[in-house]
Design a protein. Structure first.
Length: 186
């Protein structure tokens, strides 16, 4: 039986301990992705960021938020990269600066989406028999939109229960790579 935290203070202490273990026991970590920023109080987000930077100053902290339906940027602080989960920057593009406490910060954005359609996990986790999105109609279109809106594309490809990418996923990635190479040659 897991001994899960029962209070907010216990939960945040547990999360801090996990972050500390990750950043002190496994060598250099390039990126730490924080999800659900909308439920994390600002002081706790600052605490998590400070913990990361005190242990590995070069580790980038990515906070999942992006842009709302009205095209306005959802804002959490601090962070090094904005992650828009299935959220595109507005058509005129992501403005990679944030003003905070009188200072201007360069904050790039990534659009995060999945290569698989998914039924239960919406494509974020592997499912038996999952279907891939169509390369030309869906994935290449998404790639083009992210590029035109001045963001990077982070495309999730979930490994199976054995830690391997299924053949259908690999084939889809190869097709997308070829389509992008052709697009970039134009």
């Amino acid at each position: 039986m897991l001994d899960l935290p029962t209070s907010d203070d216990q939960w945040y202490a547990h999360a801090r301990n996990q972050i500390t273990e990750l950043l002190t026991g496994y060598g250099p970590i390039a990126v730490l992705w924080l999800d659900a920023a909308h439920v994390i109080p600002p002081a706790r987000l600052q605490e998590a960021y400070d913990t990361v930077k005190s242990l590995q100053p070069d580790c980038l902290v990515v906070v999942n938020h992006g842009y709302g339906a009205n095209g306005r940027r959802i804002r959490y602080w601090p962070l090094d990269i904005i992650a828009g989960e299935r959220s595109l920057a507005p058509p005129d593009g992501h403005v990679p600066t944030i003003e905070h406490n009188g200072k201007t910060y360069y904050i790039p954005m990534e659009t995060c989406d999945t290569i698989a359609v998914g039924t239960h996990s919406k494509g974020w986790f592997w499912e038996p028999g999952e279907q891939m999105k169509e390369v030309q109609r869906e994935l290449l279109t998404l790639y083009r939109k992210t590029r035109s809106r001045k963001t990077n594309l982070l495309l999730n490809a979930a490994p199976d229960r054995h830690g391997r990418l299924p053949a259908t996923t690999v084939q889809c990635l190869l097709e997308l790579g070829e389509a992008i190479r052709k697009l970039e040659k134009k």
